[in-house]
Design a protein around this ligand. Structure first.
Ligand code: SF4
Length: 259
């Protein structure tokens, strides 16, 4: 990368000391930058492993349990390291190692990047995703709520899940935050599940209204106890967190329709 990079320059300009970006914290102890997990904010530098961007990329590709992280913006970044950047170009490399493309996306959003709605994006897909523009607005919204919830992704979703969704407030995004400009492959995979479920026969369940809340809570609890040996993106597992989140949204929507 050459010396001129308006994205990292704008990022640094708007980055107050100690500001977090996703789960990392960026400080300026001197003329350079210190990047580490926010949990390690108070840890003495010598107690953290000093690593370079390539090591950092490998370290953050798996979670604390050693599972591959299909979504780099999901919570669960490993801690215990620090990275040093002496120049904006080095900071760009460090941040891209942890959150690929995130600073560039933030800058693109600030510059007014045009955002496609879910349906517009899905209608451009081919192969196994080619049918996904057929999701109804309610299905697309449900999928986005399940997948993009802050418990599963730290990015702020800017693209509208439905045409009727109000556009995001661009003015409030001056400070660097991780933003999402288009559906990711994990979301599209969940949309595929939602599409297939929409073609299955349904059953009508009559439940007393006070029992809905415990069911929703139980689904959340179950999602949190997902076995460490399991793959997060394997939606065939009955207790896969995204699958349970989608079910939770479905129950919630049906309960709201009845009240
Ligand atoms: S589509 Fe949702 S889950 Fe995927 S990166 Fe964007 S905000 Fe995160």
């Amino acid at each position: 990368m050459n010396a001129s990079n308006p994205a990292i320059d704008a990022f640094i300009e708007r980055l107050p000391p100690g500001r977090t970006f996703g789960e990392v914290i960026v400080n300026r102890p001197d003329a350079g930058f210190d990047v580490r997990h926010r949990q390690d904010e108070k840890t003495a530098p010598d107690d953290l492993e000093l690593i370079d961007p390539e090591q950092l990329r490998l370290r953050t590709a798996s979670d604390r349990a050693g599972r591959y992280r299909p979504l780099r913006s999901a919570p669960g970044l490993r801690s215990g390291w620090r990275a040093r950047a002496d120049t904006p170009a080095e900071l760009w490399r460090v941040l891209n190692a942890v959150y690929p493309g995130a600073v560039g996306d933030w800058y693109a959003a600030r510059q007014g990047e045009k955002l496609l709605s879910y349906r517009q994006f899905a209608s451009r897909q081919s192969g196994m995703f080619r049918n996904l523009a057929k999701l109804s607005e309610a299905q697309a919204r449900r999928t986005a709520q399940a997948c993009c919830d802050e418990k599963r992704c730290l990015k702020q979703r800017l693209w509208p899940a439905a045409e009727s969704e109000p556009p995001p407030d661009r003015e409030s995004r001056q400070a660097p935050v991780m933003v999402c400009l288009e559906p990711c492959s994990l979301l599209m995979e969940l949309a595929r599940r939602e599409f297939r479920l929409g073609q299955e026969p349904t059953v009508a369940l009559q439940l007393p209204e006070p029992e809905i809340s415990p069911i929703l809570t139980a689904l959340e609890t179950l999602a949190r106890s997902f076995p460490e040996s399991s793959r997060v993106a394997d939606f065939s597992a009955p207790t896969a967190p995204h699958r349970l989140a989608l079910l939770r949204e479905r129950i919630l929507a049906q309960a709201e329709r009845k009240t």
